[in-house]
Write a protein of this length. Structure first.
Length: 134
């Protein structure tokens, strides 16, 4: 499984927003994260729709991180790519006749759980603290 480029960029954006106290303009986000501007706008829209970021219009406008909860890597993956599923049968068990008793599916389910738990355990506040130590 690969994390998409869009999700990778979204994670970079969220880390930047976590580290900033003030609103950050989309153009500046794109430049600092080395993301094409239009692609950054698309990602920011998804992050706002998911409630992970807030947008502000006007002269002092820009984007900030949502303070509703501690945001994790898994939150960003799901905001950009939807519910994490490492195989089609994990997303839709009806896609395979054997899914109820498939040993491969069980192993993939375990791997997916471990991966999701790891992503869920890493917050952007944790990453910000690590970055400050470096």
């Amino acid at each position: 499984m690969k994390i998409t480029r869009e999700t990778d960029y979204a994670m970079r954006i969220m880390l930047l927003l976590t580290c900033r106290k003030e609103h950050v303009e989309a153009k500046r986000i794109a430049e600092e994260c080395d993301i094409p501007y239009r692609f950054a706008l698309k990602i920011l829209r998804k992050l706002v729709q998911a409630g992970l970021a807030k947008s502000y219009r006007g002269m002092n406008g820009g984007y900030t991180i949502s303070k509703k909860k501690e945001i994790t890597l898994l939150d960003v993956v799901e905001a950009i790519d939807g519910i994490m599923a490492i195989n089609t049968c994990m997303e839709n068990p009806d896609s395979c006749k054997e899914s109820a008793r498939c040993k491969i599916r069980r192993s993939l389910a375990e791997a997916q759980t471990v991966f999701a738990d790891k992503l869920r355990s890493v917050s952007f506040l944790d990453l910000m603290e690590e970055e400050e130590k470096d």
